[in-house]
Each structure stands twice: as C-alpha cells, then as structure tokens.
Ligand binder design. Structure first.
Ligand code: SF4
Length: 447
C-alpha cells in the first residue's frame, strides 16, 4: 500500500474566521510552482527551512487536539502553502480517512497545477480560497512568474464544477504592480465570471515587514527590474498608439530613443523632420499631455525630459564637433564685470556669433554648476550639444507647474526661441551668467 506523506513548513492553530467559517488549523505545505514577488511564505520554496514530514495518521494525531473547536464552530483544517495541490494525493487520502470527523476541509491554492490534479481532488474539498494575484495576464505573469492561461482555465473549471458559494477569491492591491483602478477591473472581471465571495485587500511589500532570505530577496529584485522594463514598454506602447499614430500626418515623427530605466531624469528623445517648425508648440503639448496620462496611469511621479531633435539638422552644421567645456567657461567669464546694458550688448554679439545656445535653458540650469554638469552628462551620453532643440522638464512637479522651453534654431538664421506662439510671434529670452532673465523680446514670425 502506498504511503502518502506531506512536507510541512508550519502548523498554525486556532485561527478564527480567517480561512472561512469557524476555528481552523492551517497546514502550511512546502513547495510552490510560483515565485510571487511579495510571497508571505518564501521559506516554503527558498530552501531556508527544514520541513517536517507527516504521514496521514501522524498529521491527524498532531491536529486532533482542536477537534472540539472545529466541531463547535464549523471549522476544520486548511491546507495552504506553498501550494498544497503539490500534495493532492496526500490530502485526498487524509480527507477520505477522516471525513467522518465532521471537520471542514478548506484548500487555499493558487491553482497553478495541471487540471487533472484539480479534477482529482475537487470533490473532496468543502471550500476553496483562491488568491487571484491579478486578472491581467501581463501583470499576473510578471508578479508570479507563472502561467496565466493555466490559472484562468483552472479558475473557470473550478467555478463551473463547484459554484460560487464554495469559493472565495481574493483580489489584492499589489504595491507597484497594479493601481486602484486595476483592482476594480479585476473585481469586475471576477464578478462577470460569476464569483460573489470576493475579498479585496492590500499586500505588503516583502522585506518591508520582515527579514527575508537572499533567494527571496533576489526574486523580489528580479521583479522590480522586470517591472521597470514592463512600465517602460507600456509607456512606449502608449506613446506609439496615442501619439505616433496621430502625429505622423503632420510630421515625419518617431521615437529616437527610449530610456531603459525610470529615474529622476527620464529622457524621451523624439525626431522630427527638420523642415517642419510651424506646429512645434502643438506637438509639444500633445507629447507632454500623453506622457502625463501615462505617468498618472502608472502612478509615477513626473520625472522626464522631452527632447525634440530635428532630423537632418546636424548635417547642415559646418562644425558639429563635441562640446568643449572651456568654451562655456570663457563665455561665462566674458560677462563678468559688465553692467546690465553691456551684458545685453555682449549677449547680442555672442548670439550673432552663434554661441548663445550654450547659455540657455533657464529653468533647467539654475546655476552654473548645474549647467556644466548638464553639458558634461549630455556629452557623456553621446549626444551632440547642438541637437538639443526643444527641452521640457517636468520632474517632481505638479502638472500645473509644467515648464516647457523651446530653443529653436533655423538653418541660415540664428536665434533662440524660448516659447513660441504658433500663430503670430516668437518669444525670445536672454539670460545672464547666473541664468537670470535679462531681456525678453517678441518678434513677428519670419524675422
Ligand atoms: S503562491 Fe505565491 S505567495 Fe503563495 S506560496 Fe507560492 S509564491 Fe508564495
């Protein structure tokens, strides 16, 4: 006769109304096919715990002391995990043998097993508790590293066979992974599938509530990294669908570069046809509003720059060699000691000499060091300074404080445009070495 055994990580007694009706004892089994980023029982799979093994009768001997509580409250045993369905044969044998106790048998499962296993045990279980994680395939697989189709098909099978009264589904709000709106959508999806016992609750990020093993920590780090990639992919897809398809009729416009991580200075670099310059204001509005939508949806703080880069511009430059920091140092020095009138005169001369572009971006470069750093970093990224045409910055600010700078240089004529009214005029601003605004002029278009 086959001897069935279960590897147990912990047995938790006298649980009241957390696993369905009555007092229950939770049997935490070892092993799980999933790798949830914030797993509450990582010791069930991370190798940090030596399990205790029980045969059917041994487990009964261990748990029977709470018989009176089970019977008087309608409670019983809860097989949880890890994933208890890895021990479906043991559980089936246990229930067959001890059904006569009158205890209630609950299964807390992720349903990430072959359907045959579920089919094999389904008639023995009184009540199922299923943590759904997330009802969106991408998010589910990102969070669990499991197979969403397998889970979904088992969930459908379960409600079909058991009915909604025999199942409680849990719908978590998972930090960083889903939003409140996503959770509402998950809830509606489950309602539409026929579930009525739906428990919405919050996950706590693992490692914030207790120490975890190196293996579990690596698993969480891996999730964080893939989450970033996923969000970037989302932003990219969103921009492609929301911006690119709408803008091309106006411009030859495409994304040149996407950032590979979210940080404070998240840069989006767009290219557009350099012969186009009539509707840049509109373009900037479209791009930035769509990026804001994206960030709001993902629950991210604004943290991006948008750079518009005119294709072909550099080809028209006689000298597009890399930026030399000494040029800017000399440039800034040349303002020292000048009074306001001479400063403006000197600025105009420099402007005509085509050097003015080095001291622009007032809101971006609050001081000289910041400006230097910016150019050094800029160079390190392999861009040509001259390619920075339109720059918007919007990090850690509320949308109403949004500041956008446009710095446009037309081939043949040199001038800086800080903001452009797309219908009638150009607004030009000039700054001193401390990046203070020293003059501002409005020109008719066509100067
Ligand atoms: S299903 Fe997820 S949370 Fe549950 S034990 Fe497995 S990895 Fe941990």
């Amino acid at each position: 006769m086959k001897m069935y055994k279960i590897n147990v990580s912990n047995i938790s007694r006298l649980r009241t109304y957390t696993d369905g009706d009555g007092v229950s004892t939770l049997i935490g089994s070892m092993g799980c096919p999933l790798r949830c980023a914030y797993c509450f029982n990582p010791f069930s799979w991370d190798g940090s715990l030596e399990p205790k093994t029980y045969a059917v009768d041994e487990l009964y001997e261990e748990v029977k002391r709470d018989n009176i509580y089970f019977l008087s409250t309608g409670g019983g045993l809860v097989f949880g995990g890890g994933e208890p369905l890895l021990y479906h044969e043991f559980i089936k044998e246990f229930i067959k043998k001890y059904k006569s106790t009158g205890w209630k048998f609950t299964l807390e499962t992720s349903l990430s097993v072959k359907k045959d296993i579920l089919r094999d045990i389904i008639d023995y279980i009184d009540f199922f508790i299923v943590d759904t994680k997330d009802m969106n395939k991408n998010r589910y697989e990102l969070y669990t590293k499991g197979d969403y189709e397998l889970f979904l098909s088992n969930l459908k099978f379960l409600i079909d066979k058991v009915g909604s009264d025999g199942i409680r589904v849990r719908v978590p709000k998972i930090p960083k992974l889903n939003t409140v709106d996503d959770v509402k959508t998950n809830y509606r999806t489950l309602k539409d599938m026929g579930f009525s016992n739906i428990d919405v609750f919050n996950y706590v990020e693992i490692a914030k509530h207790r120490k975890i093993s190196r293996v579990a920590l690596e698993n969480k780090k891996d999730f964080d990294e893939r989450l970033y990639e996923n969000k970037i992919k989302f932003v990219e897809d969103y921009i492609l669908s929301e911006i690119m398809l709408k803008v091309p009729p106006i411009l030859d416009f495409h994304i040149k570069k996407f950032p590979n991580s979210f940080n404070k200075k998240f840069e989006f670099l767009f290219e557009y046809d350099s012969i186009f310059n009539d509707d840049l204001f509109f373009l900037k509005e479209v791009v930035i509003s769509k990026l804001q939508e994206c960030y709001d949806y993902l629950d991210l703080k604004y943290g991006f720059f948008v750079i518009f880069y005119p294709v072909g511009y550099l080809e028209n430059r006689l000298d597009d060699s890399c930026f030399d920091l000494s040029i800017m140092n000399n440039l800034v020095k040349s303002f020292e000691g000048l009074d306001e009138i001479d400063k403006e005169k000197h600025a105009l001369e420099l402007w005509e000499e085509n050097k003015w572009e080095y001291i622009e971006f007032k809101y971006f470069c609050h001081d000289l060091n910041h400006l230097k750093n910016f150019y050094v970093n800029f160079k390190d990224h392999g861009y040509k300074l001259d390619s920075k045409y339109i720059l918007s910055n919007a990090y850690d600010v509320c949308p109403s404080d949004f500041v956008v700078h446009i710095n446009l240089r037309k081939t043949g004529k040199t001038y800086n445009i800080v903001e452009e009214d797309y219908s009638t005029h150009l607004l030009v601003q000039k700054f001193d070495k401390d990046m203070n605004l020293i003059s501002q002029s409005i020109f008719e278009k066509g100067i």
